[in-house]
Structures are given as structure tokens and as C-alpha cells.
Design a protein around this ligand. Structure first.
Ligand SMILES: [Zn+2]
Ligand SMILES: [Zn+2]
Length: 296
């Protein structure tokens, strides 16, 4: 299974000299199996670069949307293969109780927002509205899991080639009384390791179970999180503890805050590494960087 990050930023694109290494584009991850199934997780602005790299051929892919907040869909109208006849795109997202996925995707392409409507797209589009479930795509198995966000949101687990990747964005701790520590010293900051207070966190950990790569929303530091409770995003200590307790092999910090420059994300990565080392774990921690590729 091959993985490439095309967009790692949360909330809003944040290009500039201070974000060159981790990147300024919003959420998009390419996952390709050895049997050549293509999954595109989220369609933030990073999807444009992926699309350009895939030209000129038609593309057959499953686009797995965590949810339909702007930073996860606004790149879709700029995905060039959507305008290539012969492309076939299956757009997957969590089911809303009162809105069809097709209508949500068409909404951001109304004339008041964008010059081309969804109906004008050349690719064959199909839609799959998901709950917590499991389905096969060729050689791969995809499992979904509800996350704790301000809008209905799901994580994805992709298993293929004997490897597993889990994508958890956007998500905030269920047990929100915890994680009010500090980045000054890895030892500071209570967390899941001190006891799981909410069954939702345990369910998430059980689902991630031993993932070869865990990509998780780590927007905040422990200092920042208390003033952002309820915004639907994770923090360094929570995410590290989820990775440790679920025995993930590698952890990619993801959904970087637009206010965090490269040096700041470096510090967050170091903090998470310290917390993992303190627990005696061999967990590998890195900050997801735009353009970075991995082979699992
Ligand atoms: Zn987001
Ligand atoms: Zn969101």
C-alpha cells in the first residue's frame, strides 16, 4: 500500500514561507494498493495537486470524505480528472439525516460560488452514503467509524496488501475533561493513559487496533485545547495516547492549524515523541508533510 500526502492543513489553506515544509493545502491523502485501487481521502485543496499528477488519463477512484466541511471538499471542483471523459469517481461520505450527499456536493458548485456546475462534470460520478459499516473495493476492505466532531464525520480504515491505514480527521476527545496539560515537558498532561473516562474513546482505540499507519487530527497543543473544546479537533497528548493504546505502528500528525508554522509543528512532533518514549513505546511519530510519500 502506497500513501502520499497532498494536503495536511486544517480549516483553511495557509501557504507562505513559514509553512513550506508541512504545506499549506487542506486535507487530501492518496492511498494506492498494489492491485492499483485508488482511494483519495478527503478533497481539500490538496486534491488539485494530486489531480494534476494524474493527468492526462481518466481516473477511477473512490473519494472517501470524512465529512463535508469546506476544508475537506473545496478542492473537488479543482480536481482536473473530474473533467476528463472516462473518469469514474465514487464519492463516499457519512449519511446526513436531511441532506443528500449529491446535493451537498452540488451546493458548493452553484453559479453563485463556482462557474461550472456538478452536472457539467465529465466524469461519471456515483455516491455512497455511509454509516458505520464495512465494504470491499477490489482487493481492499474499507471500514468506517463515527468520530466526535461538530458535524457528522467518519474515520476510514483501509486494509490491503496485508497492511492497514486508519484516517481519523476531524475528531476531538470524547472524554473532554482530560488533556489540559502543557507542552513544556513531555511528562506534563494527563490523558487516556491515566484512565479512559468515555466509552467512545475506547471504541475508537479498539477500531484502530494495531494500524500500520494512523493519520490523526492533531490541530492543537494541550495549552490551546481548553479554549477550543467543542470545536471538534484533537490535541497532541490525546492523539499520542490513542496511538499508544491502540498499538499503532506509526502516527502521522495531521490537520495542522493554520496558525502553526513549520517550527511549531516540529515542536508538536517532538512533544509527541517524548510522550511515546516516556511510555516505553517504539511508536514512530511524524508530522504529515505535503508531498511526502510512504510505502506501508
Ligand atoms: Zn477539517
Ligand atoms: Zn470539520
Amino acid at each position: 500500500m502506497r500513501v502520499r500526502f497532498w494536503g495536511t492543513r486544517g480549516s483553511i489553506p495557509s501557504p507562505g514561507p513559514a509553512t513550506v515544509r508541512y504545506g499549506g493545502n487542506c486535507a487530501c491523502v492518496e492511498v494506492r494498493t498494489s492491485a492499483d485501487e485508488l482511494f483519495i481521502i478527503d478533497a481539500g485543496t490538496g486534491i488539485r495537486g494530486l489531480g494534476l499528477a494524474l493527468l492526462p488519463d481518466p481516473v477511477s477512484a473512490h473519494i472517501l470524505l470524512s465529512h463535508t466541511h469546506w476544508d475537506h471538499i473545496s478542492g473537488f471542483p479543482f480536481f482536473p480528472p473530474a473533467y476528463v471523459a472516462g473518469s469514474s469517481l465514487t464519492i463516499c461520505a457519512p449519511r446526513h439525516k436531511d441532506k443528500r450527499l449529491e446535493d451537498v456536493m452540488a451546493g458548493q458548485m452553484e453559479y453563485t460560488y463556482f462557474p461550472v456546475t456538478l452536472a457539467d462534470i465529465a466524469a461519471h460520478l456515483s455516491y455512497r452514503e455511509l454509516r458505520e459499516e464495512c465494504f470491499r473495493v477490489g482487493s481492499a476492505t474499507v471500514t468506517t467509524h463515527y468520530l466526535n466532531h461538530t458535524s457528522v464525520c467518519i474515520g476510514y480504515r483501509i486494509e490491503a496488501d496485508g497492511r492497514s491505514l486508519v484516517y481519523v480527521s476531524d475528531h476531538e476527545p470524547y472524554g473532554m475533561g482530560l488533556f489540559r496539560g502543557s507542552m513544556d515537558g513531555a511528562a506534563v498532561g494527563r490523558g487516556l493513559r491515566d484512565g479512559i473516562e468515555h466509552d467512545g474513546d475506547q471504541r475508537l482505540i479498539d477500531w484502530i487496533d494495531g494500524a500500520d499507519l494512523l493519520i490523526q487530527d492533531t490541530q492543537y497543543t494541550p495549552e490551546e485545547y481548553p479554549s477550543k473544546v467543542g470545536w471538534g479537533h484533537g490535541s497532541t497528548d490525546y492523539v499520542t495516547d490513542v496511538a499508544l493504546l491502540s498499538r499503532a505502528r506509526r502516527l502521522a500528525l495531521f490537520h495542522h492549524d493554520p496558525l502553526h508554522d513549520d517550527e511549531f509543528v516540529d515542536r508538536m512532533v517532538e512533544h509527541c515523541r517524548g510522550r511515546a518514549a516516556e511510555a516505553g513505546s517504539s511508536l514512530e511519530v511524524f508530522g504529515a508533510a505535503e508531498g511526502q510519500g510512504l510505502v506501508l
